[in-house]
Ligand binder design. Sequence first.
Ligand SMILES: *[C@@H]1O[C@H](CO)[C@@H](O)[C@H](O)[C@H]1NC(C)=O
Ligand SMILES: *[C@@H]1O[C@H](CO)[C@@H](O)[C@H](O)[C@H]1NC(C)=O
Ligand SMILES: *[C@@H]1O[C@H](CO)[C@@H](O)[C@H](O)[C@H]1NC(C)=O
Ligand SMILES: *[C@@H]1O[C@H](CO)[C@@H](O)[C@H](O)[C@H]1NC(C)=O
Ligand SMILES: *[C@@H]1O[C@H](CO)[C@@H](O)[C@H](O)[C@H]1NC(C)=O
Ligand SMILES: *[C@@H]1O[C@H](CO)[C@@H](O)[C@H](O)[C@H]1NC(C)=O
Ligand SMILES: *[C@@H]1O[C@H](CO)[C@@H](O)[C@H](O)[C@H]1NC(C)=O
Ligand SMILES: *[C@@H]1O[C@H](CO)[C@@H](O)[C@H](O)[C@H]1NC(C)=O
Ligand SMILES: *[C@@H]1O[C@H](CO)[C@@H](O)[C@H](O)[C@H]1NC(C)=O
Length: 816
Amino acid sequence: MSWMLWWSLSLSASAIVIMAHGGSNVTYDSRSLVINGKHKIIFSGSIHYPRSTPQMWPYLISKARAGGLDAIDTYVFWNLHEPQQGQYDFSGRKDLVRFIKEVHAQGLYVCLRIGPFIESEWTYGGLPFWLHDVPGIVFRSDNKPFKYHMERYAKMIVKMLKAEKLYASQGGPIILSQIENEYGNVEAAFHEKGPPYVKWAAKMAVGLHTGVPWVMCKQDDAPDPVINACNGLRCGETFSGPNSPRKPAIWTENWTSVYQTYGKETRSRSAEDIAFHAALFIAKGGSFVNYYMYHGGTNFGRTAAEYVPTSYYDQAPLDEYGLLRQPKHGHLKELHAAIKLCRKPLLSRKWINFSLGQLQEAFAFERNSDECAAFLVNHDGRSNATVHFKGSSYKLPPKSISILPHCKTVAFNTAQVSTQYGTRLATRRHKFDSIEQWKEYKEYIPSFDKSSLRANTLLEHMNTTKDSSDYLWYTFRFHQNSSNAHSVLTVNSLGHNLHAFVNGEFIGSAHGSHDNKSFTLQRSLPLKRGTNYVSLLSVMTGLPDAGAYLERRVAGLRRVTIQRQHELHDFTTYLWGYKVGLSGENIQLHRNNASVKAYWSRYASSSRPLTWYKSIFDAPAGNDPVALNLASMGKGEAWVNGRSIGRYWVSFLDSDGNPYQTWNHIPRSFLKPSGNLLVILEEERGNPLGISLGTMSITKVCGHVSISHPPPVISWQGENQINGTRKRKYGRRPKVQLRCPRGRKISSVLFSSFGTPSGDCETYAIGSCHASNSRATVEKACLGKERCSIPVSSKNFKGDPCPGIAKSLLVDAKCA
Ligand SMILES: *[C@@H]1O[C@H](CO)[C@@H](O)[C@H](O)[C@H]1NC(C)=O
Ligand SMILES: *[C@@H]1O[C@H](CO)[C@@H](O)[C@H](O)[C@H]1NC(C)=O
Ligand SMILES: *[C@@H]1O[C@H](CO)[C@@H](O)[C@H](O)[C@H]1NC(C)=O
Ligand SMILES: *[C@@H]1O[C@H](CO)[C@@H](O)[C@H](O)[C@H]1NC(C)=O
Ligand SMILES: *[C@@H]1O[C@H](CO)[C@@H](O)[C@H](O)[C@H]1NC(C)=O
Ligand SMILES: *[C@@H]1O[C@H](CO)[C@@H](O)[C@H](O)[C@H]1NC(C)=O
Ligand SMILES: *[C@@H]1O[C@H](CO)[C@@H](O)[C@H](O)[C@H]1NC(C)=O
Ligand SMILES: *[C@@H]1O[C@H](CO)[C@@H](O)[C@H](O)[C@H]1NC(C)=O
Ligand SMILES: *[C@@H]1O[C@H](CO)[C@@H](O)[C@H](O)[C@H]1NC(C)=O
């Protein structure tokens, strides 16, 4: 129940907490941003408004706030807002103003990265495709047409936000803006056109008079007063610092994971590693950390960049569906709480660092004897270290930082996770496994004779479709005098997929990958005597989003030959016929439209490549997030009630033989209680009878806390930065705390051992020391409860099972 209920609760709450106050003065100095005269340590998290729905925003923001964030960071997505030059769209998921107001209502700041180039694994890096056709344009350089449109766009966005009074200087939540994005990576490629562009962009941005500072990330030469910032995994170790002694150290993208492309193994970053680098950055005097992403979400429709999957940063502290990804969310929350307890000494500027050993060091911030905070760092990734600091000794696990808010007690260690682990599981709620449930439409295979667009050459894919579709047909015909002559067709393409048909028959597919877009399809041709028709469907799975000179990128077919006996016929410069898009797209098959119904026929289970399928389903009861399991399919796109839930590409396996993604999120707000229309375009030979509908929930929680180095538990309710209310609790006893999602209860204890259990929350076993009443004690404390807390002490287990030995408690439990 948690989801819907939370959304509506947050919605009504937000209506009450509208803040009325005057403008804040946002400036900065070498220590930090200064808001209304106060120095601030700010933890921020990226949540991109179009990657979720307005119905999800209040919930996501509330969970970010509960995680101890002070600010939400988002890009602004130019190509969503100006799909055609001069035509603007800020509706639904594109409602930037509504998103910012929601963040404000929950008392958080906003960092706005207006681009206009954003990369962000977003199609064309956020630039509208029509820019490609502006005469003489060179993106992101000292180029008149580009600067003209960039300035027009930046002014339009800033004007809109000012009109709504959303800048801090006007009483709104926006405290920081970013212009450009990671330009330092490409600046050299623009030679003498690079540096003047940076200067111009900074001047133009500052000239918009937002009253709040601007940053440029990965831009060591950001001109004053624009702040240069770091992006990456390890800014604590690698960032060379601000480029002026008057600027603070800001980390605009602290990557919580690494973005994925199809065919790559899923990679994730551990909660411990993220916490280590964030703490190190703060220890070294950093004052602003943004987690990229805090919630990744979903690349709906065709918004993902080339080869980028629909699910975005599912490994972030809030997963694709907005469910807490534990222990990441909880571990970072404790980190933020521990650092906030150090705030006064941290901001006092009196800090020193000194060595505590070969690979150990201390950072101490001390204003006076009452106000002292320390970060004890063990850089050694292999061994525990015992260090001495101010007369006490401290044990530091490998690669970890202990945070001591009063220079005495350890409030938090980055490597000791006391937060529970959660396991997400899909519950199947509906099967589409009978042929009566489906109708189909076989996509029409066009032939040269019917093509209206013709050219004596192979056209570039993007320049021909203008991104109105992923699909472009390349067709030609030729005459064959003899029968049964053995022939081989060879097609070279620069992306991204190719499906080949000869005389209406499918002969094969091929595709490239993110790292090598170039690929070749080679097939024997079943030619007949007389005229033969070759129809090649080139498919792009998103537009490029990175690198210099984006406007010069090319995709689609590059060379086509047919080998007949000993003759090689080159068709590269030949008379080609083109068709942009699929017939099913042109008649808008994904919509529930009376005029469209006529095209559908009974399901025939022939599974020819390029077939559309449709079915009707009811929304699963309850409020858990809904997703469609497409594991039985190949590649394509899916729509629910006319709205695209994104592409899928299940057949693109990684080197371990796994698809990256098999579930596509269907936001609850896309659904009505019954009669929902599902339409799927399948490019390959997927089996729709294997599709099912499921709901996602946290079904298992697990905690592992040791008695020997008890991380004193801090709980701290996200500070409301703007409003200033704060609550905190600062306890010391080690305990395992378990909590099922709202409305679910612990239904069974799968494992419980107080003693020396081996392993972790993923695989565990009883060790040589085990209290026999472990299970009974935990069951008594937890069964039937939504949350429970079990002290990790011998007393709680009625005696010490192995005196003198370091013990821990590991509990794994099921939520139902
Ligand atoms: C902002 O701070 C500057 C410098 O301290 C000061 O001159 C200005 O009056 C302040 N503006 C507001 C609106 O408080
Ligand atoms: C930045 O991100 C990295 C990786 O996600 C993490 O280890 C580090 O703690 C983060 N630092 C900050 C300041 O967010
Ligand atoms: C203090 O920290 C700085 C920056 O990380 C480093 O260059 C320097 O070596 C450190 N000093 C000591 C004594 O560890
Ligand atoms: C570090 O110490 C803990 C006990 O406090 C022990 O369980 C662990 O094995 C040690 N790790 C290493 C790498 O020595
Ligand atoms: C793009 O297509 C137009 C015709 O629509 C053509 O004039 C132009 O040269 C093409 N540009 C590129 C870069 O291929
Ligand atoms: C097929 O025959 C026609 C007429 O006899 C001739 O013009 C053409 O060149 C031949 N084509 C091939 C590919 O041999
Ligand atoms: C990319 O793949 C093609 C095969 O289609 C191969 O010829 C080429 O060498 C590859 N390029 C790189 C850089 O790996
Ligand atoms: C049905 O779709 C056609 C385009 O295929 C469109 O012109 C028409 O307005 C649609 N009708 C409804 C009721 O949506
Ligand atoms: C901050 O919030 C608290 C509790 O919601 C409220 O009592 C207080 O008036 C608020 N303060 C301001 C300045 O809005």
